[in-house]
Structures are given as C-alpha cells and as structure tokens.
Design a binder for this molecule. Structure first.
Ligand code: CA
Length: 230
C-alpha cells in the first residue's frame, strides 16, 4: 500500500517534532515547514494527501496559507486540518469558509488528532450527497425530492428551510459547518435565510427531531455539525 502523506506547518519546534515522530510511526510520510511562505511554496510541489496547518505562524499566517492553497487549483482539493489556539474561534470560522476541512484546538491528544486525520482522509473519498438525493443516517431518512423526513419510518413535518438545512448537515456528517456555509448551501431557493435565522431554524429542527435533537451538535463560536454514524 502507498503511504499517505501529510504536510505539517508548525512553527513551534517541539510540537513539530512530536507530530513528525507520531505521524511517521502511524505510517504516514511526513513533510514539514515552519513558515507560511515555505508551506505555500513547498505544498504545490509535494502535493500531500492532507495538510496540518497551525494558524498562528510568524509572517504569513495560517489563514493566509489556507487562502493561497485554496486559490491554487493544484492544491485546492487537498484537505486541511487547522490547528488552533484557544480563543481563535473567529479564525476557525474564517478558515472553514476558506475551505479548510476541520480544526483541532491545542493542546490536543495525539490519539484524537490521528482519529481526525483518518476521518478527513476517509471523507475525501465519499463526496457529499447531491442536493436532491435522499439520505439515510442513524434512523433518519431525508428525501428532499418528496419533501419528506422520516424518523424510524414515521413522517415528521418540516418547513422547506428546515428540511434543506437538515439535509445539508446530514449529507456531511462530522463536518463543522459555519452559519454562512449553511446560508450559502440553501441560497437560491425560494426563501431567504440569514446568518441569525440559521439559529432559529436549528431550534425548530431540533424540536422536531425530539429525542434525536442531539444529532445536531452546536460547535460553540463556530457553527453546527451533524453527528457521525458510529
Ligand atoms: Ca504557532
């Protein structure tokens, strides 16, 4: 089997070495850069399978690196996991909206990080469901074409926006979606939903999901995520 490659961008030497050691031990081929400028130059040459990107970097910071990589067609498709410090929620939101796939706050456990990496690498092989494709996850079935939501085969009444938002989140289980991404996903339909209104819609969806309300997780300061199927 070909080794998956991970490119780590991290300016703290201790953390960089720890990551290099552990990821190598997990069987990944690891390349690194300590500076944003270097990452932007090296990543298009290496074309890794995944990028682990510290946001707080001297010089070109993580968000700028993310923006540059997502703008370059050669690197736009490479998944990025942002490594963030406490209190960087607004940067997390910005990064997700730039196209980063996930984030992990420092300090992190190596075990959790490796699980995230595996999830993100796996996800890439499964494109999200089409806008009108029906989804079955946990014990819920969402069928936008028929405007139907079934929980354990029992229909649940939902408005158009509720169904669209639920479908969007459920089509990417485990992904954190910002309010802006949710708005974008359902824009262009017959109704308008603002950032703030997303929260109101989520309240409505959760109420209708009843005991399954916790399928939609709030990611504080960032957005919402549909619970992954175990
Ligand atoms: Ca740093």
């Amino acid at each position: 089997m070909i080794k998956k490659s991970i490119f780590v961008v991290e300016d703290e030497e201790d953390i960089l070495e720890l990551l290099r050691y552990n990821l190598t031990r997990e069987g990944y081929a690891v390349s690194t850069a300590a500076k944003g400028e270097e990452a932007v130059k090296e990543i298009p040459r290496k074309l890794p399978d995944l990028i682990l990107l510290d946001l707080m970097l001297p010089g070109l910071d993580g968000l700028e690196v993310c923006r540059a990589l997502k703008k370059n067609p050669k690197t736009a498709g490479i998944p990025i996991i942002m490594v963030t410090a406490k209190g960087e929620e607004s940067d997390v939101v910005a990064g997700l909206e730039l196209g980063a796939d996930d984030y992990i706050p420092k300090p992190f456990s190596m075990k959790v990080l490796i699980a995230r990496i595996r999830t993100v690498l796996r996800r890439k092989r499964e494109p999200a469901a089409e806008k009108n494709a029906s989804i079955r996850i946990h014990d819920i079935e969402i069928n936008p074409g028929r405007h139907e939501v079934l929980i354990q085969n029992e229909p649940v009444e939902m408005t158009f926006s509720e169904l669209r938002i639920l479908h969007f989140l459920a089509s990417r289980p485990g992904w954190v979606m910002t309010r802006e991404q949710i708005v974008d996903a359902i824009r262009g339909e017959d109704y308008a939903v603002t950032d703030r209104a997303v929260d109101v819609q989520i309240v409505g969806i959760r109420r209708k999901l009843g005991p399954r309300a916790d399928y939609i997780e709030t990611v504080r300061g960032v957005g919402y995520r549909f619970k992954e199927q175990e």
